[in-house]
Design a protein around this ligand. Structure first.
Ligand code: NDP
Length: 293
């Protein structure tokens, strides 16, 4: 069997197109422009690339982009003061603090200082609680993008066995929650899970969010299963230079799976598209307008 490749790049372009239409309508009908503020502390090169790319795509869909680049030794008080200012700014509908933060800053404190209504990453404790109780919330972008691809491919996910490898607050836990809300039978695996390959072999849906290059191999995959590869890992190429790979070994998994997301071009582009969609949603909610579907 050769798996269907789930094209996250094309899907994300479609989502961004829908967001751009929603933004244009908001401007035309109500004179409102959604605004997204991104805060980056320090000069981590990968974070800088993400932040630049987020800013560019924010502008492309017609939103206002506000980027705040702070020194690596910014104090917690100064960062909290900036967030308070963004919370109060009516031109800002979404706030994203790029993680990871430098070690001297308390990430939980910082994230929980964001107005939950502007928390477009969905990491604020209120949004986590709302998602966990099946209420309307801001949903973390990477799991949301993964869920959208799964729903698009399968239609209903009800009754499917899903194994999520990874239990981070950013990906693994919210992904498991979303799959549970869609009536999957969910297993969350992590570094202490015993017989991981046997656990994964039970899955109709495998979500790999581990951060270990090509860890999940084809012999772990039930024939016909769907593999959502969240991992983004840079590895050395034998001929020199580097390339990006996921947490799944693409070739061996694609030979067994029914469907698989590639890296790059799978979950990554969907993450940014969902960030923009969340910002549009936050703007509509802030103005008491109907939310986009
Ligand atoms: P974390 O490092 O926060 O979490 C990794 C998880 O994997 C942990 O729960 C850990 O278990 C588990 N794990 C580690 N080693 C093993 C192992 N050998 N067997 C089973 N489980 C293991 O990572 P994130 O969740 O933040 O990110 C995961 C991956 O997704 C990374 O590659 C990251 O770059 C990528 N990512 C991609 C995004 C995108 O837009 N596509 C966005 C965010 C992340 P334990 O808890 O026991 O330590």
């Amino acid at each position: 069997m050769t798996a269907t490749v789930i094209d996250g790049k094309a899907f994300a372009a479609k989502v961004r197109g829908q967001v751009a239409e929603g933004v244009a309508k908001l401007k035309a009908d109500h004179g409102i422009t959604p605004g997204l503020a991104v805060v980056l502390v320090g000069e981590d090169p990968a974070s800088q690339v993400y932040v630049r790319s987020k800013g560019k795509m924010t502008v492309e869909v017609g939103m206002e982009s506000f980027t705040h680049q702070l020194d690596v030794d910014t104090s917690e008080a100064d960062l909290l003061a900036l967030i308070a200012q963004l919370n109060d700014d009516p031109a800002v509908h979404g706030i994203l603090v790029q993680l990871p933060l430098p070690a001297h800053l308390n990430s939980d404190l910082v994230i929980n200082s964001i107005d939950p209504a502007k928390d477009v990453d969905g990491f604020h404790i209120s949004n986590v609680g709302l998602l966990g109780t099946g209420q309307k919330s801001m949903v973390p972008c990477t799991p949301l993008g993964s869920l959208m691809m799964l729903r698009d491919h399968h239609g209903s996910l009800s009754g499917m066995n899903a194994v999520v490898i990874g239990r981070s607050n950013i990906v693994g836990k919210p992904m498991a929650q979303l799959l549970l809300n869609d009536s999957c039978t969910v297993t969350i695996a992590h570094s202490r899970t015993k017989n991981l390959s046997d656990v994964v072999r039970q899955a109709d849906i495998v979500v790999a969010a581990v951060g270990r290059p090509q860890m999940v191999t084809g012999d772990w995959i039930k024939p016909g299963a769907t593999v959502i590869d969240v991992g983004i890992n840079r590895i050395d190429k034998p001929e020199g230079g580097t390339r990006l790979v996921g947490d799944a070994d693409y070739d061996s998994c694609a030979a067994v799976a029914g469907a698989i997301t590639p890296v790059p071009g799978g979950v990554g582009p969907m993450t940014i598209a969902c960030l923009l969609a969340n910002t549009l949603t936050a703007c509509c909610r802030a103005n008491g307008l109907a939310e986009p579907e």
